[in-house]
Design a binder for this molecule. Structure first.
Ligand code: COA
Length: 158
């Protein structure tokens, strides 16, 4: 499947779509205002290297996204940074794009010098992340009973 992965800073035309997906997939049901998500997403366009958001696209067609953010789980403030907001548009799923986005976000953070990354997911996603080389380090964390995963920077990149 042909696609490109770009930093949202280089493709701000996808900003509204990314905000919509984050809001409708994870926040709308909790009563969070879309405007709050827009504000948080704008942090991905700032001068700091982290947070950043990657978008997968074929020319101007949005296909998916993944982010690296400082904090994703209120219960684990000691862990940072996190791969988060992993999303593939339904019509492009099961063709390895989700895995490619997680890997691209992870590798970009390692290139920035991060020695390890964290990620949290519900039980049905466990096999998906384990296949990508993520190690579960804690189970049933927080109200959503999430698994926390960790991935270390390969030794050769240190
Ligand atoms: C989770 C998500 C990002 C995965 O995206 P994707 O592009 O389908 O991911 P991949 O194709 O890399 O892998 C997905 C699955 O399809 C399988 N797969 C990939 N290519 C395949 C192929 N050619 N034939 C059969 N299966 C295939 C993978 O083994 C994987 O299986 P698993 O879920 O049992 O681990 C996507 O389903 C999504 O956006 N879901 C909604 C949001 C979400 O849940 N995000 C994660 C929050 S933690």
């Amino acid at each position: 499947m042909h696609y490109s992965i770009s930093d949202l800073r280089q493709r701000p035309d996808f900003f509204d779509t990314v905000a919509d997906r984050i809001w409708s997939a994870w926040w709308q049901r909790h009563g969070v205002a879309r405007g709050y998500i827009v504000g948080r997403l704008q942090e991905n366009l700032g001068a700091a290297a982290i947070p950043f958001a990657l978008v997968a696209h074929r020319d101007d067609v949005f296909m998916g996204m993944a982010s690296v953010i400082a904090s994703d789980l209120d219960e684990r403030p000691q862990y940072t940074p996190w791969v988060a907001a992993v999303w593939v548009e339904p019509q492009f799923r099961t063709q390895r794009l989700g895995g490619a986005l997680v890997d691209a976000a992870t590798e970009a953070a390692f290139r920035l010098g991060e020695p390890c990354l964290y990620l949290c997911a519900a039980a049905p996603r466990r096999a998906f992340y384990e296949r990508l080389g993520w190690q579960p380090i804690e189970e049933q964390v927080g109200e959503l009973r999430l698994t926390v995963f960790r991935k270390d920077r390969p030794v050769a990149e240190e």
